[in-house]
Design a protein around this ligand. Structure first.
Ligand SMILES: [Zn+2]
Length: 583
């Protein structure tokens, strides 16, 4: 059993005696030299005003050998500045050395995990990539459908059905698919995340492997969509039983700052709403920074075992997503001590991961981008206390009243439920209704809903399938609307309002409002010299930007222009240079 110092040991704990310890980075060794010196040199050049020639020119970056996408689940844009990150940490380093887009947004409803990851990697919105929610009502099956569920494949690495997952509902190609295609399938693409959808969707249809965490077994798993057996390095990782060691250690508040740890609007881990938290199951373990540790650790081993970025002339892609910040955000809310502590520890974990990359690769070999799949609403009660408009919308009561209203207005029998499902603020009508009845139900319900407090907009499927409108709310809903999977009527709650029953404590996300759409975007590595951009950019620009840097076809529905500053800083070779040895 490995000994783990502290609840959240650094990524490369010196106490690690595992067989994988040979992968341990030594950031103070010559690793700093290989990557870090470039930045030191660059700073000297900038200070001396010598940039632009000779020694002080940043290297011309050609196609990177390894692209690493880091998605932080539920990271709001303000988190970049809100917590005082340590100078040695990853967020601080990315902000200092990276090109930061301070005003990047999701441009559709609903802002959830499945749609978010799909939009980053396809460069388009749910209306075109198909992932309209984490779970939608699938009319063809007459039941709810989880976005990556697939009963035609089997679990690999677990006896539980949580491995029956695949990307088959994803309709548009991803940048990772296009990289596979452009390399004649020599490039490797691996997705890693505790959440299945956050590992699977970024790896696209053509990904080599996606790994996610079975929180009943406490092990990393996959599905037969990718492979019939777990790679040996994953088996070895699981055999170390890190989760068992981590479970024995409480999560303590180590990075103290003035924060109020007790609130009646928080959930709990291990039965307690304040520090220290003692997780009692793997499911609770991944609600602590231990979840990030498990993810980064596996990512590092994947790079070594699969030799990602280490094959001449081939670009590989590692798509990482960190799920634990989302779990903590939902339980404790955006103002909690827990969310602050989560990000302070993540800052250190990310810093250690970047140190590893600088040890393993030369600067021009790696391109990292960091972003999030959505933000999160402030905890409603925290706003109400200050006199803001916010609250938790009682959806169960709304649904019951809507059923009764439609039945009475349309003279339907008491036994008939005109609304078959209500989720993602979307009403799905009973499939037994005729087209005329559906039209009538939609019109009636729309006007009935619009009379209610804290509902600002309602659009019907007919509205959304039509030519379009100019309002922000309409455009956001239309960009996320796919007739076959989306609801018959979609409701927009007022800013600050979240659903009550699903989230009785803590907070959630999913809306069109800026706290959910505004997320960080940072580019780092290669020729990126850094800087700050305040122009508003859409999340869908990431995939097209990558396509030009990687010289792949654009993903099939990536309509958004690339980010010009990234391409300019990356310093793609001129056309004539390309023919004198590119890659
Ligand atoms: Zn998410």
């Amino acid at each position: 059993m490995p000994s783990l110092s502290g609840i959240h040991p650094g990524l490369f704990s010196s106490a690690d005696k595992s067989p994988n310890a040979k992968f341990r980075a030594n950031p103070s060794g010559n690793g700093r030299y290989r990557f870090g010196l470039d930045y030191t040199l660059l700073r000297v050049c900038l200070i001396g005003g010598l940039i632009g020639g000779g020694l002080c020119s940043p290297p011309t970056a050609h196609t990177p050998r390894l692209v690493i996408g880091i998605v932080i689940d539920q990271m709001r844009a303000d988190y970049l500045r809100r917590f005082s990150y340590k100078r040695t940490g990853g967020f601080r380093r990315l902000m200092e050395e990276g090109l930061v887009y301070w005003n990047c947004h999701y441009t559709y409803f609903p802002t959830y995990t499945g749609p978010g990851h799909s939009s980053i990697y396809t460069g388009t919105t749910p209306a075109y990539h198909g992932i309209v929610a984490n779970t939608w009502y699938e009319r063809s099956l007459g039941r709810l459908y989880y976005c990556v569920a697939d009963t035609t494949v089997r679990s690999v690495g677990t006896s539980y059905p949580v491995g029956q997952r695949s990307p088959r509902t994803l309709w548009a190609s991803t940048i990772t698919d296009e990289l596979r295609y452009a390399s004649q399938f020599r490039s490797k693409v691996i997705g890693i995340a505790l959440k299945d959808r956050a590992a699977i969707l970024p790896a696209g249809r053509a990904g080599n492997l996606a790994l996610w965490f079975d929180s009943r077994a406490g092990a990393w798993i996959t599905s037969s969509y990718y492979t019939d057996t777990l790679p040996s390095w994953v088996e070895q990782f699981n055999a170390q039983r890190y989760p068992d060691s981590l479970l024995r250690l409480p999560w303590r508040l180590q990075h103290t700052r003035a924060c109020s740890d007790e609130s009646p609007h928080e959930g709990s881990i291990g039965g307690t709403t304040s520090f220290p938290h003692q997780p009692t199951s793997y499911e609770e373990l991944v609600m602590t920074p231990a979840g990030n540790w498990l993810t980064f650790r596996l990512a590092q081993i994947a790079i070594e075992a699969e030799k990602l970025g280490q094959r001449q002339g081939i670009t590989d892609f590692l798509a990482i997503s960190l799920s634990s910040p989302d779990l903590v955000g939902h339980i404790f809310g955006t103002e909690s001590c827990e969310i602050e502590e989560m990000y302070q520890v993540l800052d250190r974990q990310l810093g250690e991961f970047l140190n590893y990359l600088t040890w393993r690769f030369r600067r021009e070999e790696v391109l990292v981008f960091l972003t999030a799949d959505h933000g999160a609403a402030p905890t409603p009660e925290a706003l109400v206390e200050k006199g803001w408009n916010a609250g938790r919308y009682p959806e169960k009561a709304l649904l019951a009243e809507a059923q009764a209203y439609l039945r009475s207005m349309m003279f339907l029998p008491d036994t008939l439920r005109p609304i078959e499902a209500f989720l993602n603020q979307s009403f799905y009508f009973a499939q037994g209704l005729s087209p005329a009845q559906r039209h009538e139900a939609a019109t009636l319900l729309k006007h009935w809903l619009l009379r209610r407090a804290h509902i600002t907009h309602v659009y019907t499927a007919e509205d959304l399938a039509g030519p379009g409108g100019s309002s922000y709310a309409f455009q956001m809903l239309q960009a996320g609307f796919l007739p076959a999977r989306s609801g018959d009527l979609i409701v927009v709650y007022a800013p600050g309002w979240i659903e009550a029953e699903g989230y009785a404590v803590g907070t959630t996300h999913g809306s069109i409002w800026t706290y959910d759409t505004h997320i960080p975007l940072i580019w780092w590595g290669g020729g990126i010299r850094g800087g700050s951009i305040y122009t508003r950019v859409p999340i869908t620009a990431i995939a097209s930007t990558l396509a030009f840097i990687l010289r792949t076809p654009l993903p099939s529905a990536a309509f958004t222009p690339p980010l010009q500053e990234v391409i300019e800083q990356w310093r793609l070779p001129r056309f004539d240079e390309e023919f004198h040895g590119g890659r």
